[in-house]
Design a protein around this ligand. Structure first.
Ligand code: NAD
Length: 498
């Protein structure tokens, strides 16, 4: 630990060792006989062993959640909320250890990514913890002699299936509202990044009745698919790839249970000729999530810059990218860490190689790859901008999930709006302009669930977040997300007349 680091209460390495092979079921650690190796992508060495849970552990986790459900559902909503908020505060107290574990398993930089992720995860629990009293129904003016009303009821056991890129924030987006609404949960951790998830769930579970929060670690086929097909799972909330999202949706359809899907994206960022260029450059840097190696579903990976600003934009963003430090995720100086694994790195390189084949394409790589020490350079990628691609090129249309953005030039406003809307995804979009009429027109026409003007913020508690089209179904992060996706509405008509 460097002298700048906040104090550690839990030793991350000891925690990872003790969590080896474990699931969290009914408030206790339950080991799996089979194990999955978890690598530290920055060093290429094995960080630890995760449980490789199968049907037995998954059934046990669902049974524990089912067993806890009735009493938790009957607990007053504010009491549930207070417990969840207290868990959020407890999580914040352990934030440094959790952030370090996250950095080691994901390769994301501790300073620029992991500390912030833990802080947002804790904040989401506090945010949802305060919303217990908002689980309100309505009265309906159906007949003055009858009391007609709706109430919100919890659904039962919620399956929360997580990817590796921002596992803690995505976990809390699901289980925070699920728990406050009176559901119990089984989290399926990502096989790439299970340890921080497990540790957070343990801290949370300590504030809740036994069995309310359970975690299984394992593969998609042996653990995730068992969970989504389980007859006692009443709701599936999934974040991950489009292909797996389709399988999860099918599994839900077979049992007619509600499914929320947060899938991929190819978010456009339109920079108008009148934009504040410095602000747009900062927005492109943060929106493209270069500090997360671009491994973000909302990454602003299609930058449409007006022809008048192209050269100035490239000069400014190039200087900023060149100065970013790529290196050991645990080093305080590092701004950009590693890609999660060799498969993802190969995918990124395959896309760049496709762009290299285009005659007019220009590939600009920035920054310096790290050398030496315990760091293995294989999984580091330089931030990359690609220019001169046709609009139908895979790099322009498909999610790369790496630090690679395409920069497309435009002159005609209607044309750029049409181009922005062609990917089939619809997660996020931004427009950068000083003109209110342009902003209003673009926000109406951009086909995305999260549209921002002159900023490129990530998920914010209280702001509904969720995609259109291939980007998924449902909203997260808001009150609406809790009531619409983690409760059911019951209509009651009372008639004592005669
Ligand atoms: P993935 O789809 O491969 O895996 C996600 C999770 O699903 C993992 O826990 C995996 O084990 C599990 N899984 C796999 N097969 C399953 C099955 N048949 N049934 C049930 N569960 C199964 O995704 P990933 O590689 O972990 O994450 C990257 C993807 O996630 C990217 O495509 C990215 O766009 C997407 N993502 C979306 C958002 C969003 O909010 N829209 C956020 C983060 C990541």
């Amino acid at each position: 630990m460097t002298e700048h680091s906040p104090s550690l209460q839990i030793d991350p390495v000891t925690a990872i060792r003790s969590l080896a092979g474990q699931n969290l079921i009914g408030g206790r650690r339950v080991p799996s006989a089979r194990r999955l190796p978890v690598l530290n992508p920055a060093t290429g060495t094995q960080l630890g062993d995760a449980a490789d849970a199968g049907a037995v552990e998954t059934d046990a986790a669902v049974a524990a959640a089912r067993g806890a459900f009735d009493a938790w559902a009957r607990t007053p909503a504010r009491t549930r909320g207070k417990a969840v908020a207290a868990a959020g505060r407890a999580l914040a107290e352990q934030s440094e250890a959790i952030a370090r574990i996250l950095a080691m398993e994901t390769g994301k930089a501790l300073r620029t990514e992991c500390r912030g992720e833990v802080a947002v995860a804790a904040d989401l629990l506090e945010f949802y913890g305060g919303l217990g009293s908002e689980l309100k129904g309505e009265t309906v003016p159906y007949n003055p002699r009858m009391l007609t009303m709706t109430i919100r009821e919890p659904l039962g056991v919620v399956a929360a299936i997580l990817p590796w890129n921002v596992p803690l924030v995505l976990m809390m987006l699901k289980i925070g509202p699920a728990l406050v609404a009176g559901n119990t949960v089984v989290v399926k951790a990502s096989e790439e990044a299970p340890f921080a998830t497990l540790l957070c769930a343990e801290i949370l579970a300590a504030h809740l009745p036994e069995g309310c929060v359970n975690v299984v670690c394992g593969t998609g086929a042996d653990c995730g698919a068992v969970l989504t097909a389980h007859p006692d799972v009443a709701k599936i909330s999934f974040t991950g790839s489009e292909a797996v999202g389709q399988a999860v949706y099918e599994a839900g359809a077979k049992r007619i249970v509600p499914v929320s899907l947060e899938l991929g994206g190819k978010s456009p960022m339109i920079i108008c000729a009148d934009a504040d260029l410095d602000r747009a450059v900062e927005g492109a840097l943060s929106g493209m999530r270069f500090t997360r190696q671009g491994q973000s579903c909302t990454a602003a990976s299609r930058i449409y810059v007006h022809a008048d600003l192209k050269d100035a934009f490239l000069a400014k963003i190039g200087a900023r990218l060149d100065a970013m430090v790529i290196g050991d995720p645990l080093d305080e100086a590092t701004e950009i860490g590693t890609i999660i694994n060799a498969r993802q790195a190969a995918t990124i390189r395959r896309y760049v190689a496709m762009a290299e084949k285009v005659e007019d394409a220009e590939i600009r790589r920035y920054g310096r790859l790290p050398k030496g020490g315990a760091i293995v350079p294989d999984l580091f990628e330089q931030p990359t901008l690609i220019l001169g691609l046709p609009e139908d090129h895979p790099c322009v249309r498909e999610e790369i999930f790496g630090p690679v953005a395409v920069v497309q030039v435009w002159q005609d406003y209607d044309d750029v709006i049409a181009r922005a809307n062609t990917s089939g995804y619809g997660l996020a979009a931004t427009i950068w302009t000083r003109d209110l009429n342009t902003a209003l027109d673009a926000t109406a026409r951009l086909d995305a669930g999260y549209v921002q003007v002159n900023q490129n913020l990530t998920i914010q508690p209280n702001v509904s977040y969720g995609g259109f089209g291939r980007s998924g179904l449902g909203k997260e992060a808001s009150l609406e997300a809790m009531t619409e996706h983690f409760t059911r509405k019951k209509t009651i008509v009372m008639n004592f007349d005669g």
